[in-house]
Write a protein that binds this ligand. Sequence first.
Ligand SMILES: [Zn+2]
Length: 355
Amino acid sequence: MNTLLPTSIVGSLPKPSWLAEREKLWSPWKLDGEELCEGKRDALSLAVDEQRHAGLDIVSDGEQTRQHFVTTFIEHLNGVDFEQRETVRIRDRYDASVPTVVGAVGRERSVFVDDAKFLRAQTSQPIKWTLPGPMTMIDTLYDKHYRSREKLAWEFAKILNQEAKELEAAGVDIIQFDEPAFNVFFDEMKEWGVAALERAAEGLRSKTAVHICYGYGIKANTDWKATLGSEWRQYEMSFPLLQQSTIDLVSLERHNSRVPVELIELLRGKEVMVGAIDVASGAIETPEEVASTLREVLRFVDADKLYPSTNCGMAPLARQVARDKMIALATGTEMIRAELSGANPLDVTASRGVR
Ligand SMILES: [Zn+2]
């Protein structure tokens, strides 16, 4: 990226009320057939406009064409029966009725590539596209076929790699894999999770990112966070593994979370997308709050490797709240850019921190 501290959202934005029920996660579509196709595209264009208006540097589709960040991708694959459902525990946190893997999984045609081409045509700014990570995918399914989490993850990694290569060819600059499962299954992450993620990203020339967070601001997640104590040290397990990985960028949660900021040091050398916007609260951050999060983080991330962002997706928020949060992100970042390029180099040094 040419800009210092390039800003972006993690992934999702709220959908317009004519497309899906408002302020509801995974809300069903209100349109169908041709009208749904057109409605999704219109929503995508609006999402681009809102990001541009806010002044964000990297533009996403706001996940306007998908209902769920994992399931929508899986719906397009062979080998998964959505009629056969079993109840499983998702990320060791909440029970959900999920589809069943009944045969070899495969991808007959691309899933998001047409949408990505549409996004590419809307803007000349760098664009980012999100995909689910292999471990998060297997965690939302009941597997009757492979009967091995590792094997199924590996198959999904190969499929994701095909999709990612087509997204790259469509002009996507950053391909981000969402792996919240990396915040839960540390043994598996170490044994095969990172390898599966690297397989998904293999051979890509686009920049690759992995997003690990403490989830949307929904009750199952806030209840879980309440059990994690005063210091959330989960990243202490995952960051060293990711620091050693081939993935370029790590996207993490920071503002209003109990993640000790110094854990970010474990990623030193990597590019880091830092959440400076809380997605579990409707309160709009002030630009100064955003700036203060970034200032603090700059003690542990080199300025040329810092990407200011949101903690997670903003799908469940009110649209105006999401818009205002994006503006706060851009404005707060601008304050730090001014400080970093400021007339007084001593101030810049101070903000970079003395280790
Ligand atoms: Zn997230």
